[in-house]
Design a protein around this ligand. Structure first.
Ligand code: NDP
Length: 355
């Protein structure tokens, strides 16, 4: 029961931190459907993350909650998060007017586009991603602690490297939270089971699968040079994904600004403009390739022979390849002929020279 209730407590705490800790207000990319103004967001993700980690560490140091608690109760805690995800999906869908689609479609995809409360102080999408990211990080810290407590000096270096890489991934995401406001989930999706259960349940538990499934195993004694190589794969992916996302972010917010010395080259019809050089001249979704490489680096670090950990990069392939196709369709409608020109200039969809 304590394990089941753990995510209830943690999510409530993260919510309180999100609400009460200082944040900075930024103007987003999405337009309010009624006022026509750009939505405003109050962002403080990294501060919430750091505070949560400090709280977790303090509870461990003062022996109030064991460091490895989230590993010990992982199945019960998953069940708790599953229940929260379901309750949230029902509460965020059923009370609101139907979109005209079947009930189950509404439940899955949602009815509200960008729900905000308390004058924008609580943005449901940013709150969801924050909960997912912080819970993922706490899971990872706890799983790695369990490994260390079990194996001590015989621990696997790969487990800690994996924990560091996922921690880096989470910090990076919450550091560049503002850039996230310009992504597909925020401007194209509604809030239902997919996003709600996805962030409250799937994100913090499935993304921890590299350690969820290996923290109890002895070290595979991976040579150090291989671990360095795996980390290099991760950071190559990060440079590609972060680079592409930041180049587009600057292009949307300060269109003339150079990024890493790259002057934006564009295609324009006078109304709409597309970026066609730098990362966006290599392939039309090079950022997806970067994301997949990061996932590959993460799972390799715990040892490539563990079958289950490969679900993690496979999931990215299953998510991002169809997403590229649907985003291409959306862009073809939005940009018309300009998109055709872009497609003939930047021929590859995701993987340069291959796809
Ligand atoms: P993108 O950031 O690639 O955004 C696509 C949108 O960008 C398009 O709809 C279009 O929107 C605009 N765009 C596309 N091409 C151009 C161009 N050449 N010039 C100008 N604008 C362009 O995709 P996502 O929002 O799907 O993903 C954002 C990031 O999040 C990616 O790095 C992705 O890998 C990552 N991600 C991570 C996940 C994870 O679990 N770790 C899951 C999903 C995504 P517009 O209408 O604004 O022009």
């Amino acid at each position: 029961m304590l394990g089941f209730l753990t995510p209830f407590t943690i999510y409530a705490l993260i919510t309180a931190l999100y609400y009460f800790l200082p944040g900075r207000w930024v103007t987003g990319y999405v337009t309010h459907t009624i006022t026509g103004e750009k939505l405003k967001y109050r962002l403080n993700g990294r501060l919430v993350l750091i505070t949560s980690i400090l709280l977790w560490a303090s509870l461990g140091i003062f022996r109030l909650v064991p460091f490895e608690w989230l590993y010990t109760v992982r199945y019960y805690s998953f069940a708790g998060a599953f229940t929260i995800g379901l309750i949230f999906s029902i509460v965020i869908v059923f009370p609101y007017p139907s979109t005209g689609k079947p009930l189950l479609t509404d439940l899955f995809l949602g009815r509200l586009e960008n729900p905000q409360f308390k004058g924008g102080r609580i943005d449901i999408k940013m709150w969801l991603y924050l909960i997912g990211a912080v819970m993922l990080e706490l899971n990872i810290l706890s799983f790695a602690s369990y490994h260390y407590i079990t194996y001590g000096t015989m621990s696997s270096t790969g487990v800690f490297v994996c924990a560091v890489l996922i921690t880096y991934f989470v910090f990076d995401y919450l550091t560049f939270e503002e850039g996230h406001l310009y992504t597909y989930d925020i401007f194209a999706e509604k809030v239902g089971f997919k996003l709600g259960w996805g962030c409250l349940t799937f994100y913090p538990f499935f993304y921890s699968i590299p350690l969820f499934t290996t923290a109890h195993l002895p070290s595979p004694n991976t040579p150090l040079w291989l671990i360095v190589l795996y980390s290099a794969i991760f950071f190559t992916g990060w440079i590609i994904a972060r680079g592409a996302n930041m180049q587009k972010f600057y292009f949307k917010t300060q269109p003339q600004k150079e990024f890493l010395g790259i002057k934006p080259q564009t295609l324009s019809d006078g109304n709409k403009t597309l970026l066609v050089n730098g990362f966006w001249g290599v392939s039309r979704h090079i950022n997806y390739l970067g994301e997949i490489l990061m996932a590959v680096g993460i799972v390799l670090s715990v040892g490539p022979t563990h079958i289950w950990v490969w679900l993690y990069p496979l999931y990215y392939v299953a998510l991002l390849f169809p997403r590229q196709i649907s985003d291409d369709k959306r862009c073809a409608v939005k940009y018309g002929k300009l998109w055709d020109e872009y497609e003939s200039k930047t021929r590859f969809r995701i993987i340069p020279f291959l796809y």
